[in-house]
Design a protein around this ligand. Sequence first.
Ligand code: MSP
Length: 511
Amino acid sequence: MTQRFYVTTPIYYVNGAPHIGHAYTSIATDVLARFKRLDGFDVFFLTGTDEHGQKVARAAADAGTDPQSFTDKVSADFRDMSDKMGVSYDDWIRTTEDRHKRSCTELWKRIAAAGHIYLGHYEGWYAVRDEAFYDAAELTTAPDGTRLAPTGAPVAWVREPSYFFRLSAFQEPLLKLYEDQPDFILPAGARNELLSFVRGGLRDLSISRTSFTWGIPVPDAPGHVMYVWLDALNNYVTACGFPDPDAPRWPFWPADVHVVGKDIIRFHAVYWPAFLMAAGLPLPRRVSSHGWWTVAGEKMSKSLGNVLEPRALVATYGLDQVRYFLLREKPFGGDGTISHPAVVSRINVELANEFGNLAQRSLSLIARNLGGALPARGDATAEDRELLAAAAALPDVVRGLLDRQVFHEALEAVWQVVRAANAYIDHQAPWALRKTDMARMGAVLRVLVDVLRVMATVLQPFMPGSMARLLDQLGVAAEARDFAALAVPLADGTVLPAPAGVFPRYVEDAA
Ligand code: MSP
């Protein structure tokens, strides 16, 4: 039976325009989805938008529109951005959809029926920007006297009737979860932070609000709307058809990986499993957290005017170049910075010189000297065998690394083979063999084609468009590009199409 794989991005707040941080989360998740598809899995890849709550309601009011028309517009813009970034999602969920309202109502009822919800009064600090409650001890004071959350978001004192979730009852079950499934939270740094947070004790969580109406009504509780995080997290089961056990996608639950930024790990690795335990539903297998991007060392902000628009970056550098940069430049779990020289250097050194030139040199020697016909392998030398073995190991190596979401290590593993192949071509010098030993020249070029084929196949999830063009040039049929197909050698004598560079150098505009 085909194995299933369910992977999600966070759903994006529709209070403003998409920026490169959002694109990053989605591209990383996309790489996982594409890799699993090539590995023969039945994949469900979910993304979408988080549309309720005070933050979005305020943004709509500031724009002078009603929240529904506002979220329709911004959600469509996020969707357009995702499409332009090559994000191959299978479903686009919006929390304002009826299917989601039904699902949240049912989740609430199950948690309540199990005795984990009670009515009380909330009094404390709330940050609308984070849609989160904070303890007084966590706050700092800005020079102008504003009280600030640890994230820098301003907080306000809130006092209103509220339903509470008995989060305190889940401290032990959560600690047991982290212990039984040591990889439930990755990377280790994020896990350790979470462990100490949960060990420090959990307070019951306010899960309804009465001071505004832009949310999903609490069943049988007029005036209460659900806390936006309860609503938002539940999107992951809504999309599987919850509460219908016969829904076609219900077998995808529980999710294999929730990809999230480090700022929202607590919601995903503490609140979400606690809600699910309370409702008697299976828990996700992994929450994988990534670090943040700054721009030339500065936090992105409207006031600094340095917010990077993903579609604009693609127009400047190309889609696959941007995707490659984001996953290559920094370790997934850590923070990193984007700057023009750093992007140009990745493009020109790694993509154009090391990888693109290798393909171009090999393929143009075949075109010029062999009429484009794919040469046969010769008797393998020790050097041939070493390079071929390094390439053949790549699918397993990359699979192992992507199963732990260490994207930069996966790309580094491929690049070790790229560099080895460059050393091989320089040492074998097929252009010189042309005059002395045509058979050996053919054998060397065939080794290079076979190695390029493996590299292009495993790089497809990262750079789908360019790798499709390269696989065309290598004579690999469109239906033979998954990992299983690597077991079948290319047919000797296949006439390859005329080679054309896949990665142009980035040349600074003289103007
Ligand atoms: N709506 C919530 C998520 C609900 S999921 C049930 C939310 N939305 S968000 O739009 O603010 O953020 C979505 C994702 O974008 C998060 O994973 C966040 O970490 C990521 N990023 C936002 N800015 C970022 C950077 N500057 N760098 C990298 N990723 C960042 O949170």
